[in-house]
Design a binder for this molecule. Structure first.
Ligand code: ATP
Ligand code: MG
Length: 297
């Protein structure tokens, strides 16, 4: 541990020196932050987050998951791993980022927000500085950070949505899930019409049904909200998912040949193909800074 703490201090010190931003220099490494969200609850966000993390790690990316769902501690249940620490331990400055991240399968790390999210607002300057230093390390250590949010349009969830570089908006074919997804796009469009929102239709009966739903959302959002959504893809209804939940193993690991797993691998390919330049990304540090500024708003 003390070695890790030492390393942490060195990196943070380096960071605070503020590297020159001369032209032609490679931009600072940043993590791509993707928030997975939905209007309605129970549409599959957490299952998708966990399995997308597996699929992305299989492509050689270093993935971390931040669970900011205030309800049940879901991610750990799906991994079957109980974390020792939460975001609160980091905020209270009792643990470093290395200690609070829990090891998942495939080198994936995860961190539960828990009640720590509320506590973010109460940090004094000194704690905030240290906290941001820890968060900035995520940019160096990870390529992708997936944020699993709760459902709905609460102020907190909206902060995580608006702060992210990209959003994956999950819906199912249920009419209420679709209208709630649209309501969420509407909220986003009021604040930022350029936000990258990718639609993922989950639990569809057929590919055709999924395509129709995604297309409708795209057309309506463009027409009435002037916001261009894009399609990430779909996952059909698949009993394997329930089975894997009981096994407490992500289906991409327990049933890698299942229909659902193959869909997830394809979705990961789509995400990775969309290569963003570092300058366009906020990174973990920029993300948390924005979350904090929205919380205060
Ligand atoms: N494609 C699918 N086929 C069948 N069942 C699925 C599929 N995707 C998710 N499920 C099941 O749907 C239920 C809800 O999934 P999950 O917990 O991932 O949703 P969520 O959006 O994270 O929910 P919450 O809003 O409560 O956080 C789980 O029982 C899960 O196993
Ligand atoms: Mg969930």
């Amino acid at each position: 541990m003390s070695d890790q703490a030492e390393m942490l201090r060195r990196i943070v010190d380096n960071m605070n020196n503020g590297l020159p931003k001369a032209e032609g220099l490679k931009p600072e490494k940043r993590a791509r932050v993707i928030t997975i969200t939905s209007g309605k609850g129970g549409v599959g966000k957490t299952s998708i987050t966990v399995n997308l993390a597996i699929a992305l790690s299989r492509l050689g990316l270093r993935v971390a998951i931040l669970d900011v769902d205030f309800g049940l501690a879901n991610i750990d249940l799906l991994f079957g791993i109980a974390p020792k620490y939460t975001l609160l331990d980091l905020i209270r400055d009792e643990k470093s980022i290395f200690e609070v991240l829990t090891d998942g399968p495939n080198n994936i790390k995860f961190l539960s927000g828990g009640s720590g999210v509320e506590e973010l607002m109460r940090m004094d300057r000194k704690k905030l500085r240290k906290f941001m230093g820890n968060i900035a390390l995520l940019d160096k250590l990870y390529d992708i950070i997936l944020i699993d949010t709760g459902a709905g349009l609460s102020q907190n969830v909206m902060s995580f949505i608006m702060a992210a570089d990209e959003i994956i908006l999950v819906t199912t074919p249920e009419p209420t899930a679709i209208t709630d997804a649209y309501a969420l796009v509407k909220m986003v469009s009021r604040r930022d019409r350029k936000k990258i929102i990718r639609i993922l239709v989950n639990k569809a009966e057929t590919a055709r049904e999924a395509e129709d739903i995604a297309n409708k959302l795209i057309v309506v959002s463009e027409k009435f909200l002037s916001l261009k959504l894009s399609k990430l893809g779909y996952i059909l209804y698949d009993d394997t998912i329930m089975k894997s939940v009981k096994l407490q193993k992500p289906f991409c690991l327990s049933h890698p040949r299942s229909q659902a797993a193959r869909s997830l691998f394809a979705l990961a390919d789509v995400l990775v193909d969309y290569n963003r330049s570092m300058e366009d990304m906020l990174g973990a540090r920029g993300f948390i800074q924005r979350v904090l500024s929205f919380f205060g708003a």
